[in-house]
Design a protein around this ligand. Structure first.
Ligand code: HDD
Length: 712
């Protein structure tokens, strides 16, 4: 059973406490006086009155009517009646964690942003991951884009990088966002489906809006069913500017690269998990942090000097395009570590308010029309979601930097502003608070003085008109299994579309322009006539493929943090269990012993062996790999146990590494499971090593064809 290495409080800003780190920590703690701890405290009303009886309403007699004067009951029920706030319009389902960001070195040639200068400095962050379509209670593992929003509490103010786990977006102009969201949200008449895009309105919209082709391809790829939030890349999507102390601007794209590698679920597993463990991703994140397996990402930028703005065969301002890493590699800037779970989901994860418009000196926007619209939308939405313009005062949103200004009053104002002047300039309060002129460092924010000479028009730039070349590049960059998954995903989703003209339009007018073979395969699966080659002339990309896009090239080399099930029953060989547990723990993986029930089992030599959970309570879909140790009686018992058999078959079907004692071979034969690179028979050090290698490969792709025959 994994032990809790760090309690959340101990783990906060973990690491050697240099004076600066201790400072950051102390500063954060001193601002967190709002964290309420009721240990050894009396139960009181909101007015501070101690409560003597929290079990009974005040009544006229034990069997009589309740009395209106019961202010204790009324206060409690009134508060309860108003406990819910509107959920986010999109990204309603999410989970968050605290951590810190640390720059590797001073990046002063790129930016004057303070948090990117001092490698000793730990900048607190709060991160919220989310799905897009589903409501607050929807499943974690649905096919969807994942939000990846980071709030940096820098000394110069909050910087929010509100990105996704995909580097492009569905639309090019923010004015289309309500249309897109209305289309992807559940159908308006029956509110189905929850959490997914496999329905008519989504495919109607995207088949009519070809600029979505590239992003839809990402959404149909394995990226849309991540294995874990810890194994996702993050992207700022838009092109931003970094500004250095001399006022020099450089275009950048922001990237997050996970240390644990990038990998995904398989589709059958994702669907089952949505039922068996709706909270799969949030549980994984919070357990990892509890156990001290702190998720870590490298923060980096693709750098494009201002003078190279027009050197690409796409427009840097078009959010449906990425810059292939083969053309502009990602320059690492620093790292982010998540090391503390929230104390209170509502107060922290639900109330956190991100806005792409929250930037600090040294960072600036580009003219990407999607980004420009976002700058308005987020603050606006927080006002209705969080009940007014004072949402920056909610503890989780408060900057660590001071924030004095003349803004006053409004709902939920908690700051007690002293002084008479809520205007500037003033002389009654000595002129304070005053402007700070922009400066090389520590100055006031100054927008990059981009020269603009233009007509006021509603028009899409001609440079935004190529919609298919990067969708094609993405498809061509996938490995064979990844391509097959994309074909299967289009077929599954379009198979759920009731209107044939929508299916036909997507195949003939979108897919056929991306890749004729992809269109042909999907058409075949849908029973549509074979499509003809697309009619749109697709720009030739300067690259045939971009290996950086395939998850096959992004795996971690170790098995740190992977979860491995060990199936046991009465009569199991205790030494065999010990051996594999030790081998896995040496690799920092997490073995979990599962029995027929949660009760301990008896080993072959009569000892009691505690189990971590029952096989039914912890199904195979929640594990990365499976091991079946020796012990003839135990193997016989497992062979007669349908849950155990299903566990084994399902792990095989989901292409997971499986290791079994030689005595289990007969059972494999009965189940028609053939040994392969990831199905290892043996119980010695060599078998352990082969098993560990197979886990590191994440899936046994060469098994995929054989696994199709296994019942779901
Ligand atoms: Fe958005 C939430 C990411 C385009 C309007 N968005 C939201 C969240 C993420 C993103 C991660 C959840 C933040 C959280 O955890 O609280 N959105 C994106 C990305 C986009 C994007 C990467 C394109 C590159 N969004 C976008 C547009 C608009 C919005 C074009 C409107 C014009 N997004 C919103 C919103 C939300 C939101 C309605 C809902 C809740 C919230 O803001 O706080 O304002």
């Amino acid at each position: 059973m994994p032990s809790k290495k760090n309690s959340p409080k101990e783990s906060q800003l973990a690491g050697t406490q240099t004076p600066d780190r201790a400072n950051t920590n102390a500063k954060l703690q001193s601002l967190e006086v709002f964290r309420s701890d009721a240990t050894e405290q009396a139960l009181r009303t909101n007015q501070g009155v101690k409560v003597a009886d929290n079990q009974n309403t005040l009544k006229a007699g034990a069997r009589g009517p309740s009395l209106l004067e019961d202010f204790i009951m009324r206060e409690k029920i009134t508060h309860f009646d108003h406990e819910r706030i509107p959920e986010r319009i999109v990204h309603a389902r999410g989970t968050g964690a605290h951590g810190y960001f640390q720059t590797y070195q001073a990046h002063s040639s790129l930016t004057k942003a303070g948090f990117l200068q001092d490698p000793e400095k730990m900048t607190p962050v709060f991160v919220r991951f989310s799905t897009v379509q589903g409501p607050r209670g929807s499943g974690d593992t649905v096919r969807d884009v994942r939000g990846f929003a980071v709030k940096f509490f820098t000394d110069e103010g909050n910087f929010d990088l509100v990105g996704n786990n995909m580097p492009v977006f569905f639309i090019q102009d923010a004015i289309k966002f309500p249309d897109f969201v209305h289309a992807v949200k559940p159908e308006p008449h029956n509110e189905i489906p929850t959490g997914g895009s496999a329905h008519d309105t989504f495919w109607d919209f995207v088949s009519l809006v070809p600029e979505s082709a590239h992003m839809v391809m990402w959404a149909m790829s394995d990226r849309a069913i991540p294995k874990s939030l810890r194994t996702m890349q993050g992207f700022g999507v838009h092109t931003f500017r970094l500004i250095n102390a001399e006022g020099k601007s450089t275009f950048v794209k922001f990237h997050w690269k996970p240390k644990a590698g990038v990998c995904s679920l398989v589709w059958d597993e994702a669907q089952k998990l949505a039922g068996k463990d709706t909270d799969y991703h949030r549980r994984d994140l919070s357990e990892a942090i509890e156990m001290g397996d702190y998720p870590e990402w490298e923060f980096g930028v693709q750098i494009v000097p201002e003078e190279d703005e027009h050197k690409f065969d796409f427009d840097l301002l078009d959010p449906t395009k990425l810059i292939p890493e083969e053309l502009v590699p990602v320059t690492p800037l620093g790292k982010m570590v998540l090391n503390r779970n929230p104390d209170n989901f509502f107060a922290e994860t639900e109330q956190v308010a991100f806005c792409p418009g929250h930037i600090v000196p040294g960072i600036d926007f580009s003219n990407d029309p999607l980004l420009q619209g976002r700058l308005f939308s987020y603050t606006d939405t927080q006002i209705s979601r969080l009940g007014g313009p004072n949402f920056h005062e909610i503890p989780i949103n408060r900057p660590l930097a001071p924030n004095h200004n003349g803004q006053r009053d409004a709902q939920h104002r908690t700051t007690l502003d002293k002084g008479r002047a809520s205007y500037e300039p003033n002389s009654v309060d000595g002129g304070w608070p005053k402007e700070t002129p922009a400066a090389a460092s520590d100055g006031g924010f100054e927008s990059y003085p981009e020269r603009i000479e233009a007509h006021k028009i509603r028009q899409r730039s001609e440079s935004f008109s190529d919609h298919f070349s990067q969708a094609r590049l993405f498809f061509n960059s996938m490995s064979k299994p990844e391509q097959e998954h994309i074909i299967a995903a289009y077929s599954f989703e379009l198979g759920k579309v009731e209107r044939e003209h929508i299916r036909t339009r997507e195949v003939n007018e979108v897919l056929a322009n991306i890749d004729l073979e992809l269109a042909r395969r999907v058409a075949l699966n849908l029973g549509l006539p074979a499509p003809k080659a697309g009619t749109v002339e697709v720009k030739k990309s300067s690259l045939k493929a971009s290996p950086a896009l395939s998850q096959m090239n992004l795996l971690a080399s170790d098995i740190k943090g992977r979860k491995v099930a060990i199936l046991v029953a009465d009569g199991v060989d205790g030494a065999s269990v010990d051996g594999i547990v030790k081998a896995l723990e040496a690799e920092s993986a997490h073995p979990k012993v599962l029995g027929p029930t949660s009760a301990p089992v008896k080993t072959a030599d009569g000892k009691s062996l505690a189990v971590d959970a029952s096989m039914e309570g912890s199904p195979s879909v929640t594990f990365d790999a499976l091991w079946v140790p020796g012990g003839k009686a135990a193997i016989n018992a497992l062979s007669a146990d349908g849950v155990a058999m299903h566990f084994l078959l399902e792990a095989y079907k989901h292409l997971k590494a499986i290791g079994v004692h030689a005595d289990v071979k007969a059972l494999l034969d009965t189940l028609h499971l053939k040994t392969d690179a990831g199905l290892i028979v043996g119980d010695d050090g060599k078998a352990h090593a082969a098993f560990i290698t197979a886990i590191a490969k994440h899936r046994v792709w060469e098994r995929e064809a054989a696994a199709k025959a296994i019942p779901a």
